[in-house]
Design a protein around this ligand. Sequence first.
Ligand code: CA
Length: 134
Amino acid sequence: MLVEDEPRVAGFIAKGLREQAYAVDVARDGEEALYYAAVNQYDLVILDVMLPVKDGYAVCRELRSSGFRIPILMLTARDAVDDRVAGLDCGADDYLTKPFDFKELLARLRALSRRTAQPSRGRYQRQQPKHQSH
Ligand code: CA
């Protein structure tokens, strides 16, 4: 899922991703993003910070607090350390500063997908006590 309110930017990213054989849904604001995430299954979320209704940080926090574990890549507009820290603190896995090179976006998506492909999904799993069997 791509969350971006600027039609030109959203169109550019979605087109590029579709050319790489990604299926893309575009959400235009924070509430729409949360709705889509509730009704669809995604492998990855590209989340712009500057969004109407609810900004990217709020969306990210809500997703994470509801147990949503899919990788989130934040798009930050400014190259400010505070923005990047805020993004990572709210539960994003990675960030990219606008304007970015599309090749870098693709490389980061591939890296995030590799992480998701692992069966444990990065979840800490306690060893089962011996008397429990499945
Ligand atoms: Ca935006």
